[in-house]
Structure formats: C-alpha cells, structure tokens
Design a protein around this ligand. Sequence first.
Ligand SMILES: Nc1ncnc2c1ncn2[C@@H]1O[C@H](COP(=O)(O)OP(=O)(O)OP(=O)(O)O)[C@@H](O)[C@H]1O
Length: 300
Amino acid sequence: MIEIRRVSKSFQGEKAVDGLSLTVHKGAIYGLLGSNGAGKTTLLKTLAGIYRPEEGTVKIGGQPVFESTQVKQRVIFMPDSPYFFPQASLKSMAAYYRSIYPGWSDKRYKELGSAFRLDTGRKLSRFSKGMQRQAAFWLALSCTPDVLIMDEPIDGLDPVMRRQIKNLLFQEVAQRELTVLISSHNLREIEDLCDHVGIMHDGRMLVEKDLDDLKADTHKVQVAFRDERHASALESKLQILHQEHRGSVNLYIVKGDRERISQAVHVYEPYVFDLLPLTLEEIFIYEMGDAGYDAQPILL
Ligand SMILES: Nc1ncnc2c1ncn2[C@@H]1O[C@H](COP(=O)(O)OP(=O)(O)OP(=O)(O)O)[C@@H](O)[C@H]1O
C-alpha cells in the first residue's frame, strides 16, 4: 500500500505540492489528473524517492521511501521522456537494470520480447519516440516491480501498442498485484485503465475517488419547466458545478446521488427531463471550473 500523508515540496519558496495526502491500495491502478503545473510530476517523483518531502511522509508497504534503498529497488519511475545512456542499446540497458534491480527477471525480459519486437542490439537513440517508450516499458516490466509510476506514458504509442501495454499492465496487476500510478492528460486512457482517480490543482488534491463512484456522483441534467421560477427553486436544491441556459432548456452539471437528483427535479414537474452520465473529461473540466480554473462553456 502507498501512503502519502500531508506531503509538501517547494521550489524556490513556491509550493509545488501542498500538504497532500493520498492512499493507493496494492494492486490498484490509480490515475493522477490535473491542470498544467498542478504538481503531478513533483508528487510522482517524491513517491519514487527522487525528491525528499519537506513535510509529511511517503511510505510504501509501511516503509519511508526516500530513506530506503530496498523500497526504491521495488519501485520503477518512468519519466515523461524515457532516459537511456548515450550509445546504449536495449541489451546494454537491460544489463544495467539487471545490476540495479534485484527483481530483474531474465525470463520476463525474454517473454516480453514477443510483445515488443524491438531490435535489442540497435542504439536506443536511433529508435523513434514510440519505440523508445516501448523499450522503457519492456525494461520496467522486466524488473517485476511492486510499484510502477508513469508520467504521461501513452504519448507517442500507436493504438496497437497502447492496447498491448494496457493488456500487459492488467495482467501484471491481476497476477502479481502490481500497483500502478499514472499521470496523464489523456482522460480516455485513464478512463480505460484506472480504477481510482485523483484530480490535482495548485499542489492539492481536489477530488479523489473510485472512478465508478466519481461517475455515479456527477451527472448532466437537462430540464425545462413551464414556469421559470421552478428552475431557480430547483437550483437552490442541487449542488451545481456548472449551468447553461439554451432557450427554454436548462442544462446543469450536478453532483450527488442520481435518485435524489431525479426526485428533486420531479417535484417541479418538468416537461423536459434528461439525466445523463458524464465522461471523465467533462467531470475534470467541471471540477476544475469549481476550483476556479475555468474553461469556456464546452457543452455542445
Ligand atoms: N525542478 C524544478 N525547479 C523549479 N520549479 C519546478 C521544478 N519542477 C517543477 N517546478 C514547479 O512546480 C510546479 C509543479 O510542477 P509539476 O511539473 O509537478 O506539474 P505537473 O502537474 O506535472 O504539470 P504538467 O501537467 O504541466 O506536466 C510548477 O509551478 C513548476 O514550475
């Protein structure tokens, strides 16, 4: 289990992560979303033991990460641009990883060869961006880590390879209870992959939930009433994240239980009423709007 408690980290006196707490259970796939500069990379690097938290604690399996080489050897951090030694090939990087990570498995490395089909003797610097990503995944999974931390991992991968990597991750989670943390702006990928999501803004966690609960908790409501006063009466009863009026139809993004929203609306006898689920992208945009990070109305 990953336990992050009231962690802060600053750069030049500015807090990049500000008193943030987060728990990720073993075998979970956790998606970290957030605005640009929200502090996601800083948080992930603190979790990987690259940064020491200035305040608070970061523990994996009950052990503080920064201080423990043993824990760090069981954690792989994949940065947004893969790093390999100059002149290195997959073969030589594999030899390096084997010497650093006690969990390295030659058997797994061989098995994964059929998934990635990259030339292990060729210089990695000559690989395309997507091929370099594949190489980074191949090396990371061959280390059989307990925790895999990935910063924008899907960028540059073709759809077949994305599917391939998704399947490999699901397999590792199911068979070995690998714990995965992914930071991404690609909300479709997160929606597909993750069971939990957290949305960060200004160094803090805005929302943190089971993805299914998060979706069950935010809805798009379209209503029209014969008497407009009913709309304002209804608005005072709902927790509205966003609203738009289009002619006689009122559109609301509402937080709360579906049944209770439905009951509240029916009291005012609408002649139009639709209660629709939101995509993760819509939830993200409205949560951000609620936090004062506004976008222009985007509902079509
Ligand atoms: N090495 C650094 N030196 C100085 N400031 C930094 C450093 N790394 C991050 N920051 C600052 O910390 C804040 C959080 O940055 P971070 O990279 O963690 O955000 P992020 O959520 O990953 O952003 P993005 O989605 O744009 O990648 C930003 O204000 C950034 O300028």
